[in-house]
Design a protein around this ligand. Structure first.
Ligand code: C2O
Ligand code: CU
Length: 599
C-alpha cells in the first residue's frame, strides 16, 4: 500500500530509543513478587509541580512540532469570523478562572507541555461537513438471552478532510467504529476478526467484563501468519524477547463476551495492545457501546434521533493525508514508543467529532441528548456553548457509568481522555436559523472550536428532564476499607506508577470481588486515572470536596498536576487479572499502567 508508514519518513528520536531500552532493561531485572505496593503517603514528592517537566528537552523538529505556546494560527483566517478570539489571546488567559464553575484545577492548563502537532495539509473551513452518526450495528444472530455481533478490524481509506484520502484502521473499516447497543438484560457477544497487519486487543471501556473478554493488553488477537510473529514484548537490542505466560492469545478471531451491564451507560470500545494503544486508537480503532436499562428507558429523556453520540478526538494530518503520529516505528510491528516530542502525549490541530472536522448538525427546536466522549489520545477539553442570541447551556444528566441522581446545569465542563458526559442541550426556545457553537476553552486557534448546531426545523418536543434521574448509593469511607496509595510519576525515560513501569507479571493490588477500597492517586503531572472492571466515586481532591465535574459513578477521573485525589473504588464481581492506568495513551504506552488482581 502507498502507506507513508513504509517510507521510513519519520526519523527516530534518539532520546526515546534510549528510553525504550531502559524500560526493557528494567523489565528484565525486576522480580515478580506479588505483594501490593502501598506507598507511604508522606514525602512522595519533594515539592509540588516541577517534576513533570523533567527531560523536556528541545522539541524534535521533524514535524515542526510546537506547543500551544505558539501563537501562530495554523491556517490563516479559516476561523476568522470567530467570536472566540478572546479565548486564545493570552496564554494564561481566561480558561483558568473566570469561566470555571468553581473549577478545581486551579491555574493549570492540563494540556500545557503536551505537543500539538501541526497538520502539513491545509485545514478545511469549519461547519461544512454534516455531523456523521456512526452506524448502529445489527446483530448477526439472536438467541433467547444473547445478541451476536461481528466486526472485522480492517485497513481502509476515509475522506476525513475533503478531497484527501486518509488510511485508517477501523472496526468494519470505519472511524468511529459501528455503535453496539446492549439492550437491558441481554448478553452481547462480539466476534472480532483481525485483518490488520499487527496484533490487536479489544477493550470495552467501562464494561463489567470477565477477565478473558476484558482486553488485557497481552491477550492478543494475532494477525494472519503472513505478517510474521509478534512476541508480547518485542526484543530490544541485546535482549531476548519477553513473553507473558499468562497471556491468552487467539489467532485471527476472538469472541468477546459481555454479560448484561449493571447500569445504562455510554461505554466505548477501543484497541488496548500493550505498548501500542496510542497509535492504534489514533488510526481509528474506537467505537461506542451503549448499554441501556429499563430504568432509563422509562424516563422522558430525548430518544431516538435526538439521542446522539459525539466522539471528540483530535488528529493531525501529514502531507500525504495520513494521520501524523510520531511513532518511532510507524508500522507498529516491533519498536514501541514515540519521539521525544510526543512523550507527554500527542495532540493534533484538527478537532474531529464522529470522524468529521468541526462538523455542523441541523437540529429541531427540541431537546437533544448528547453522549459526549473524549476519545483523544492526550487532549483535555473545556467545553462550552456560544449562543449569542439565547444563551443556552448544558444540563448534565450522566457520566461515565450512567445517569446522575439529578440533572446538573453546567455552563461549561472539563472532559479528559476517555471520560463521558451525557448532556441535554435544549434548543426548544430557539428560532429557526439560530446557531449554537460548541467551543473548547482549553484550545487555541483551530482547537478552540469543536462543532456547530444550526436550528433548522420548528418541531414540537415531548421530552423533558425529570428532576430525579436515578439512585446513586453514596459511598462513605469507613476505617475498615483497605487504603492504597498510587504515585503517578514521570521517571527519567518513562511514566511510572509507584515507580514501576507496566509489567504483566507484577500485581500492584489484590482486591476482593465486590469490595470497596479507598485509593489515593498522587500525581506530578496531569493524568486521567482509569481502572477496569470497577466504578469510582470521587471522595476528595486535596482534602477538599470533589470538583464540579466529579459527580456520579466514574471510571476515569482527572488528576491534576500536584494533586491528591481520593477515590472510593467498587470492584466488580469477576475474578482475574485486570489493569488500571493513565488514559493519556502515550503515558500508558510508556509504562503508566499496572495490574490488579480480583481474587
Ligand atoms: Cu479506555 Cu484500559 O482503557
Ligand atoms: Cu498520564
Amino acid at each position: 500500500m502507498g502507506d507513508a508508514d513504509d517510507q521510513g519518513r519519520r526519523q527516530a528520536g534518539q532520546g526515546m530509543s534510549k528510553a525504550v531500552v531502559s524500560r526493557r532493561a528494567l523489565l528484565a531485572i525486576v522480580g515478580t513478587a506479588g505483594a501490593a505496593v502501598v506507598a507511604d503517603r508522606a514525602g512522595l514528592f519533594s515539592s509540588g509541580g516541577g517534576g513533570g517537566d523533567g527531560g523536556g528537552g528541545p522539541q524534535a523538529s521533524s514535524f515542526g512540532g510546537s506547543t500551544k505556546d505558539s501563537h501562530e494560527e495554523s491556517n490563516g483566517d479559516h476561523h476568522s469570523s470567530s467570536h472566540h478570539e478572546s479565548h486564545h489571546d493570552s496564554d494564561h488567559g481566561d480558561w483558568d478562572g473566570s469561566h470555571n464553575d468553581g473549577g478545581y484545577y486551579g491555574g493549570h492548563n492540563p494540556n500545557d507541555g503536551i505537543t500539538e502537532f501541526k497538520s502539513e495539509i491545509a485545514l478545511p473551513p469549519p461547519f461544512r461537513r454534516p455531523l456523521p452518526i456512526p452506524q448502529e450495528l445489527a446483530p448477526s444472530r439472536r438467541s433467547s438471552d444473547t445478541d451476536y455481533y461481528e466486526i472485522v478490524q480492517s485497513q481502509a481509506k476515509a475522506e476525513i478532510i475533503p478531497g484527501v484520502q486518509t488510511p485508517i484502521w477501523g472496526y468494519n473499516g470505519t472511524f468511529p467504529g459501528p455503535t453496539i447497543v446492549q439492550n437491558p438484560n441481554r448478553r452481547v457477544v462480539v466476534r472480532q476478526r483481525n485483518t490488520l497487519p499487527v496484533p490487536t486487543v479489544v477493550h470495552l471501556h467501562g464494561g463489567t467484563t470477565p477477565h478473558d473478554s476484558d482486553g488485557y493488553p497481552t491477550d492478543f488477537v494475532l494477525p494472519a501468519a503472513k505478517y510474521g510473529t509478534f512476541p508480547v514484548m518485542p526484543a530490544m537490542a541485546g535482549m531476548p524477547a519477553m513473553s507473558d505466560p499468562e497471556a491468552e492469545m487467539t489467532k485471527l478471531v476472538r469472541n468477546y463476551v459481555y454479560p448484561p451491564q449493571p447500569r445504562a451507560a455510554t461505554l466505548w470500545y477501543h484497541d488496548h495492545r500493550m505498548d501500542f494503544t496510542g497509535p492504534s486508537v489514533y488510526r481509528g480503532l474506537a467505537g461506542f457501546h451503549i448499554a441501556r436499562d429499563r430504568e432509563e428507558e422509562a424516563l422522558p429523556l430525548p430518544k431516538g434521533p435526538r439521542d446522539v453520540p459525539l466522539m471528540i478526538a483530535d488528529r493531525a494530518f501529514a502531507a500525504d493525508g495520513s494521520f501524523l503520529y510520531p511513532s518511532l516505528e510507524p508500522r507498529l510491528r516491533s519498536t514501541p514508543g514515540v519521539e521525544e516530542s510526543g512523550m507527554k502525549g500527542v495532540m493534533g490541530d484538527v478537532i474531529l467529532v464522529n470522524g468529521a472536522p468541526w462538523p455542523v448538525m441541523e437540529v429541531d427546536t427540541a431537546r437533544y441528548r448528547f453522549r459526549i466522549l473524549n476519545a483523544s489520545n492526550a487532549r483535555t477539553y473545556q467545553l462550552a456553548l456560544e449562543d449569542p442570541l439565547r444563551g443556552v447551556g448544558f444540563t448534565q444528566i450522566g457520566t461515565d457509568h450512567g445517569l446522575l441522581a439529578a440533572p446538573l446545569p453546567l455552563k461549561t465542563f472539563q472532559i479528559s481522555g476517555a471520560q463521558r458526559f451525557d448532556v441535554v442541550i435544549d434548543f426548544s426556545k430557539h428560532k429557526v436559523g439560530d446557531e449554537v457553537t460548541m467551543i473548547n476553552r482549553l484550545g487555541s486557534g483551530s482547537t478552540a472550536t469543536v462543532m456547530r448546531f444550526v436550528v433548522s426545523r420548528a418541531m414540537k418536543d415531548k421530552s423533558s428532564i425529570p428532576s430525579k434521574l436515578s439512585t446513586i448509593d453514596k459511598i462513605t469511607p469507613t476505617s475498615d476499607m483497605t487504603q492504597r496509595f498510587f504515585k503517578f510519576h514521570r521517571g527519567p525515560d518513562d511514566w511510572t506508577i509507584n515507580d514501576r513501569v507496566f509489567e504483566p507479571s507484577f500485581s500492584q493490588a489484590e482486591v476482593k470481588p465486590g469490595s470497596t477500597e479507598l485509593w489515593t492517586v498522587l500525581s506530578d503531572f496531569h493524568h486521567p486515572f482509569h481502572i477496569h472492571n470497577a466504578t469510582i466515586q470521587v471522595i476528595s481532591r486535596d482534602h477538599q470536596a470533589p470538583g464540579p465535574y466529579d459527580q456520579g459513578w466514574k471510571d476515569t477521573v482527572f488528576v491534576n498536576e500536584g494533586e491528591q485525589v481520593e477515590l472510593a473504588i467498587r470492584f466488580a464481581d469477576f475474578d482475574g487479572r485486570y489493569v488500571f492506568h493513565c488514559h493519556n495513551l502515550e503515558h500508558e504506552d510508556m509504562g503508566m499502567m499496572a495490574n490488579f488482581q480480583i481474587t
